[in-house]
Structures are given as structure tokens and as C-alpha cells.
Design a binder for this molecule. Structure first.
Ligand SMILES: Cc1ncc(C[n+]2csc(CCOP(=O)(O)OP(=O)(O)O)c2C)c(N)n1
Length: 321
């Protein structure tokens, strides 16, 4: 059972992720209209239930390795929207000092081990962090988010093989949104459920509805328990859907009826309805939280806009050769 306050916290984080994504798209579009390209922007609206439920379980010292579509995971791990927004605008006050942009939110002090422009780039890194936790006899877990496309790369198999052999506390969290950029899953994966691959590595695998908060929460909680208790990795596949094209510069290519069907399964109204039916959420409270979130986003935008760009004399800083 999830405590009531935690349920509201999860909803709050889902709202925050959604508003952050809407704002980031608007900002990128406004800059594009002026001829300024802020880099690739991969939004995760539609996938909020996964990040928010997981964030509600993890401790600050647990590790999260995210992807190029990592705003939601970062927010759920405790990243500050204002520093994220500053990073999007390339400002000195951003999480990677303005040098990384949308794909590179990074803050080890909260266990946020960074996004990665390389598809599946976090898989082996997450195993390394888990090995470090095991070596130090800590009970931290290491979570690696990746997409259905990344489940086809060699590093996925190496990572899960080693994690299972050494019983490392890794949770491989696949967000299967049915498309790898413009490639439908059926062109890249010969099985129905990616979690079936866990069998080949003798670890637990589960495929679940990634738009259902309670299902994600319960499944992930068991995986975290397994990891903390020295019982090795888990592979969780969350079936979900992104509401927008792969990234800002790629036009929509997915069938209209498929998209329409998934919009009906939007995790936010779905969870609102659950909380209303449980008499935990009133219309007034919902409105109040939404307004608080809008304020946080407005402040984040102002902070980012008011922040300075890095100066030219720092061009060669943070480069190791
Ligand atoms: C190694 C590598 N190959 C190709 C790309 C180009 N690329 C960027 S995102 C993407 C699709 C990834 O799909 P998936 O893993 O399903 O994640 P999703 O976009 O669905 O979140 C590709 C092929 C890349 N960034 N890195």
C-alpha cells in the first residue's frame, strides 16, 4: 500500500514533469523561430507514471542512469527545475554548466548519474555503479532507464549477464514506447515482451502497464527489495507511449489511430481518477497543486533566462585530454 501523502507526491511530480515538458517545447520553438537551435529535445510527456512512481521509492543515495529522454527521470530523482531549465538554455547555472543541454542533466549529489546521448549508453555504467555499491557493502541500488530500441544493442546483454552472474543490485528499467525514433518495435524486436529476455540470464523479468502508477510502484518496489537484499538484478518492461514525436526536429510519423488510442490512456487523468475515487483528491486540491507547479515552472524559466551564458575564456574548462 502506498501512503496517502506519497500518492499526492507522485501526482505532483507527474504534473511537474508534464509542465516542464510543455514549457521546454515552447522555449525551443520560440528560439527556433528566431533561427536559434538549442539542440535536440526529446520529451517524455505520456511516460510520467514510470518516472514518478520510481522516484517515490528510491533513496537519495540510489543511482539513476537516464537517457536522452531524461527530464522526467531527473525531476523524479530530485533535480531542480530551475537548474534544468538553465541547462536547456546553455546557461552557466545549469546542471552541466550549460555545456550539455537537454540530454545531460547530471548531479551525483542526488544520485542522478546523467543522461546519455548514446542509445543504451547507461546500461554498463549502471552495472559499474551497482558493483561499487556491492563492493562497499552498501545497500544502494542502481537503476538504468532505457528504451525498447536500446534493448537490441550488445551492451544490454553484456550488462544483464554480468549483473546476474555477480548478483548486482541493478534494476534494468525499459520504457517500451513502441518506437525507436521512427522504427516500430516489431522491426527491431522479435519477441512480444522484452522482459522475456530475463530468462536467458536467470533473473526476474516483468512486463507491465507503464501508465498505471500502482502497477509500476508495486513492481518496482519488489525489484528494489531484491536488489537491496543481495538477490540480484531485475528487468522491468513498462509499456507506455510518448505523446510527441521522437524529438523536436523529426516530424510525426506514427499512425493517428495508434496515437489516439494511447492519448486515451494518458497516465495523468488516469491517476487523477484513481485518487478521486479513493476520495484522496478533490477538485480544489487538484487545482491548487497545478497552480503551485505552474509557479515553479514560471520561476524556473525566469531563473534560466536571467542567468549568464558561460564566458569565452572558460571554453577549455572541464575538458580532459
Ligand atoms: C549508439 C546510437 N545509435 C543511434 C543513435 C540515434 N538515436 C537516437 S534516439 C534513437 C532511438 C532510441 O529508441 P529507444 O531506445 O526505443 O528510446 P526512445 O526514443 O523510445 O525513448 C536513435 C536510434 C544514438 N543516439 N546512439
Amino acid at each position: 500500500m502506498i501512503p496517502i501523502e506519497k500518492k499526492i507526491d507522485i501526482l505532483r511530480i507527474m504534473y511537474l514533469i508534464r509542465e516542464f515538458e510543455i514549457a521546454s517545447r515552447n522555449i525551443f520553438k520560440a528560439h527556433l523561430a528566431k533561427g536559434e537551435f538549442l539542440g535536440a529535445l526529446h520529451n517524455c510527456d505520456g511516460q510520467e507514471a514510470v518516472a514518478a512512481s520510481i522516484g517515490a521509492i528510491l533513496r537519495k543515495d540510489d543511482y539513476v542512469f537516464t537517457t536522452f529522454r531524461g527530464h522526467g527521470h531527473s525531476i523524479a530523482k530530485g533535480a531542480e527545475p530551475k537548474k534544468m531549465m538553465a541547462e536547456l538554455l546553455g546557461k552557466k547555472t545549469g546542471y552541466s554548466k550549460g555545456r550539455g543541454g537537454s540530454m545531460h542533466m547530471f548531479d551525483p549529489s542526488i544520485g542522478l548519474m546523467g543522461g546519455n546521448g548514446v542509445v543504451g549508453g547507461g546500461l554498463t555504467l549502471a552495472v559499474g555503479a551497482a558493483l561499487s555499491a556491492q563492493y562497499r557493502c552498501s545497500d544502494q541500488v542502481s537503476v538504468c532507464f532505457f528504451g525498447d530500441g536500446a534493448a537490441a544493442i550488445g551492451a544490454f546483454h553484456e550488462a544483464i549477464n554480468l549483473a546476474s552472474l555477480w548478483k548486482l543490485p541493478v534494476i534494468f528499467l525499459c520504457e517500451n514506447n513502441l518506437w525507436a525514433a521512427t522504427t516500430p518495435i516489431k522491426f527491431g524486436c522479435p519477441i512480444e515482451n522484452i522482459s522475456e529476455r530475463a530468462k536467458g540470464y536467470n533473473c526476474v523479468g516483468k512486463s507491465i502497464d507503464g501508465n498505471d502508477v500502482y502497477t509500476v510502484y508495486e513492481t518496482f518496489l519488489s525489484a528494489v527489495d531484491r536488489g537491496r537484499n543481495g538477490n540480484g538484478p531485475s528487468l522491468i518492461e513498462c509499456k507506455t507511449y510518448r505523446h510527441h514525436p521522437h524529438c523536436m526536429v523529426i516530424p510525426e510519423h506514427r499512425p493517428k489511430d495508434e496515437k489516439q488510442m494511447w492519448l486515451q490512456r494518458d497516465p495523468i487523468p488516469k491517476f487523477e481518477k484513481v485518487l478521486q475515487n479513493e476520495n484522496i483528491l478533490s477538485n480544489h486540491q487538484q487545482e491548487k497543486i497545478r497552480n503551485e507547479i505552474k509557479k515553479i515552472i514560471a520561476e524556473a524559466i525566469k531563473f534560466a533566462e536571467d542567468s549568464p551564458l558561460p564566458t569565452v575564456d572558460t571554453l577549455y574548462d572541464y575538458i580532459w585530454a
